[in-house]
Design a protein around this ligand. Structure first.
Ligand code: SAM
Length: 407
């Protein structure tokens, strides 16, 4: 087992510098967990590292972690697939993702190494049978069978074993050679979900010149561009083009899913996607509104009707000589409400009726609506209380919020 304190040596070059762990998994891991961070690195890394080692391409590992979290956040639909599995290390990551997303991962390989038919063009000289020290049984034992379908054989012949109507949110192509990479791009590109990820390993690796050529030729006439990644073999990352509309995109759908009849907590960034302009960094209890107005960005299904009720559990900033506060509420350029607070009547649930006005929109659409809260007295904590350090004016403190259909 290598010593984690020893800088790695790289074949062909002395290079003492290490790549850092992404901040969400390192210095910020506690905040990451509090806001529902979805990766438990220890369990995720298990199958990826060869038994008894700590050395593998960790940049590649983090890349898969971040892609997974994006799939989860955006809820990109479709299954996962790997072409080129060998002993199953990266397949363990895709299998874990599939289980967590409730999808299927297809795992494709000859499980006998390179095939004679692929030893052509830039890959003349590649040895038939390279990567043959594996077996379907061994990979099955490592990867597990839950949510996994193994497809053994030569690709593209094995494409006929895949469901013809499948779509994919992530396709990992790691078969090194020009011919199968080209076949894979031709087959999977039209089957990718909008926003789905294609990752092609070895793109910038001079060891496998066919990979770069296959990817460049394929994407030269496509609207998507390649993003070269800094993992060891230099993967190329591509996301399938999507055509979002102002009333249907993943952020609106996410906002709509956060704002339901159940309360969403504002603490620990729980309502992050709903908070527009004019808020401080969220704290464990909730979040302070800052400055002249605080904005909440709603996403309301048009099917909700003409108006919805927005409940906020709030209190106003009151301190020293500032013993009351009046807050004007606006939406769509009009005043839609007014709330008053004083020391005897501060914390509580307040409701404002928000017009939806989705005339002419399809019933499945989600309406983006901005609601702004304007405190009329801007109290600066440091001026009202010498012990306070905040020099910016505070308005409303938001604890939780929810949306209700008008009864
Ligand atoms: C570099 S290995 C994959 C490594 C694996 N993704 C990992 O990182 O753990 C490449 C694999 O591609 C497979 N392969 C290459 N051409 C193929 C083809 N035409 N059909 C199916 N599998 C193929 C080989 O059998 C080999 O196992």
């Amino acid at each position: 087992m290598s010593d984690p304190k020893t800088p790695p040596r790289h074949k062909g070059r002395q290079w003492p510098y290490r790549a850092s762990l992404p901040q969400r998994y390192a210095v910020d891991v506690e905040s990451y967990k509090r806001v529902g961070g979805s990766i438990d690195l220890d369990s995720f890394v298990k199958g990826f590292l060869p038994e008894g080692t700590q050395s593998a391409d960790m940049t590649r590992f983090y890349q898969f972690g971040l892609v997974f979290e994006q799939l989860l956040k955006e809820q990109v639909p479709g299954d996962l697939l790997e072409l080129g599995t060998y002993q199953g290390r990266t397949a363990t990551l895709l299998a874990e993702m599939a289980r967590r997303l409730g999808r299927t991962v297809y795992v494709l390989d000859t499980f006998e190494g390179f095939d004679q038919r692929d030893v052509v063009g830039p890959d003349v000289g590649a040895k038939v049978g390279t990567f043959s020290d594996t077996s379907l049984e061994a990979v099955r034992a490592l990867v597990g069978e839950d949510s996994v379908l193994f497809v053994k054989g030569y690709f593209p012949d094995t494409a006929s074993e895949l469901p013809p109507d499948a779509t994919y949110c992530l396709v990992h192509i790691d078969c090194d050679l020009y011919a199968p990479i080209t076949s894979a791009l031709e087959y999977f590109y039209p089957r990718m979900a909008p926003g789905g990820f294609i990752i092609v390993h070895d793109y910038t690796s001079p060891s496998w010149a066919g990979a770069e050529r296959a990817v460049d030729e394929f994407f030269a006439n496509k609207p998507e561009s390649i993003i070269p990644m800094p993992d060891g073999a230099g993967s190329a990352m591509i996301r399938k083009l999507r055509k979002p509309t102002p009333t249907d995109n993943w952020l609106l759908r996410r906002r709509a899913s956060l704002l339901t009849e159940a309360w969403t907590k504002a603490g620990d960034s729980g309502a992050r996607e709903l908070l527009g302009e004019g808020w401080r960094r969220s704290e464990a209890w909730g979040v302070w509104g800052l400055g002249e107005y605080h904005e909440i960005e709603l996403a309301v299904p048009v099917s909700a009707g003409e108006a919805v009720d927005l409940d906020l559990d709030v209190h106003a900033f009151l301190a020293g000589t500032q013993t009351s506060q009046r807050v004007i509420i606006r939406s769509g350029g009009a005043v839609i409400g007014e709330w008053s607070f004083d020391t005897a009547n501060n914390r509580g649930v307040r409701t404002v009726r928000v017009p939806v006005g989705g005339h002419g929109m399809a019933t499945g659409d989600v309406m983006p609506i901005s609601v702004t809260f304007h405190p009329t007295a801007l109290g600066i904590p440091a001026e009202l209380n010498p012990a306070a350090s905040e020099k910016r004016p505070l308005g409303l403190a938001l604890h939780r919020l929810r949306l209700r259909k008008v009864a």
